[in-house]
Design a binder for this molecule. Structure first.
Ligand code: V47
Ligand code: SF4
Length: 363
């Protein structure tokens, strides 16, 4: 290791040990370093301080109610135009049937995400929440990304805050972190010019937190973004979290290129995945949790990531369409026992949680 890199690591370690914030420059030096193990060691210091030796997971089910979407983001293999082959929208009966299918024992969360359908009315979304809540009162509804919330405000004709209140009243428990992509305008102009802007995404999250809804946050990485753009994204999230404290977990999402409009792009490498998770842990000093979505990373790498800053592996999932449309080779479901085994064999304590990390059960 070059002397100046050694000095950089020492400087960053002493900042971490004295609870000082890492700067943009610190983050950039870490991204440019090839010393993955040293980065992991630093991330692990923060992980152990915040979450000890615990590795969280949840028994949940994903429900993707429609893939019809007017945005047509270039990185998305899931969405379809209305009437195109494979385009679908679930009826409320189908949503309820999907919610009841398969592994329902002890289920704590439905994670509900879909495309921006040009015709579904606001009442469809309210009825979805109400009926799910009536049938599964004990299950938390984590539903609708900031992008969908903005779309719902548009179709309801309500102000953003009133839209959030109406959804909350119908049973919405929290917001998932999707739709953030990378905040860089350069990237968005190319990959998702029709999508809610970065400022719009942050505004929805701010208002959601203000009405008492917690949320997660994500970053889609491994396409055309630079390290600098990743860091600006992380710092924008850190700033909002300083103001609201409403974020629960940050989830870096590894880009999957298959069947997307981004031809010639590759899957992310294990080194980039672990580095991104670890540096996220280091930069986001005000986020309680860093989550590795095993569906995107694969079970093996998700297990290893527990030593690189990650303290949450998401959940049982059961049915996943967004990443699988883009070539994910992982299965779509893990049982509670499989998650417990993965975590135990990595040497961590499996902690089954609810969405808000309020009730926890050690395994
Ligand atoms: O918003 C789209 C991304 C997100 C691709 O909040 C892609 O706990 C990779 O946000 N390759 C949906 N990613 C998934 C998501 C999520 C997943 C798990 C947990 C949580 C949480 C949130 O997936 C989308 C978009 O950013 N995405 N296409 C792709 N080809
Ligand atoms: Fe639509 Fe979301 Fe896919 Fe973009 S990523 S096309 S907003 S479903």
């Amino acid at each position: 290791m070059a002397l100046n890199e050694w000095e950089t690591f020492k400087r960053i370690e002493s900042k971490i040990k004295s609870d000082k914030r890492l700067s943009f420059k610190d983050g950039l030096e870490l991204f440019k370093s090839q010393d993955l193990h040293h980065i992991g060691y630093l991330a692990n210091l923060v992980r152990e301080k915040k979450n000890q030796h615990h590795a969280h997971f949840i028994v949940n089910r994903h429900i993707n109610y429609t893939n019809i979407c007017k945005n047509g983001c270039k990185f998305c293999a899931f969405s379809a135009e209305e009437g195109a082959p494979g385009a679908y929208s679930m009826t409320l009966e189908e949503i309820l049937a999907s919610a009841s299918a398969g592994m329902t024992a002890g289920i704590k969360e439905f994670h509900i995400v879909g495309g921006l359908h040009p015709k579904l009315p606001f009442d469809y979304y309210l009825a979805m929440l109400r009926e799910l809540k009536a049938k599964f009162p004990q299950v938390h509804l984590q539903a609708f990304t900031a992008v969908e919330i903005d779309h719902l405000a548009e179709i309801s004709g309500l102000a953003l805050k009133d839209t959030l209140y109406a959804l909350k009243e119908a049973g919405l428990g929290s917001l998932p972190g999707g739709g953030a992509e990378v905040f860089s305008q350069r990237v968005r102009d190319d990959l998702c010019p029709h999508k809610l802007s970065a400022e719009g995404w942050l505004r929805v999250m701010r208002e959601a937190h203000e009405v008492g809804l917690h949320s997660n946050a994500t970053m889609l990485y491994g396409h055309m973004e630079t390290y600098e753009e990743r860091l600006s994204h992380l710092l924008a999230l850190r700033k909002l979290q300083d103001e609201t404290g409403g974020f629960l977990a940050f989830i870096p999402l590894a880009f999957h290129p298959q069947n997307t409009k981004l031809v010639g792009y590759h899957m992310t490498t294990a080194v980039d995945d672990l580095k991104t998770l670890a540096i996220s842990r280091l930069m986001l000093d005000n986020f309680p949790h860093i989550k590795a979505f095993w569906i995107m990373l694969g079970e093996n790498l998700a297990q290893i990531s527990l030593g690189f800053g990650v303290d949450d592996l998401d959940g049982t999932v059961v049915e996943e369409k967004i990443t699988h449309a883009a070539g994910a080779q992982t299965s779509q479901a893990l049982t509670r026992d499989q998650l417990v085994r993965l975590i135990r064999q990595a040497g961590y304590i499996p902690v089954e949680r609810d969405t808000l990390y309020q009730h926890k059960e050690m395994h």
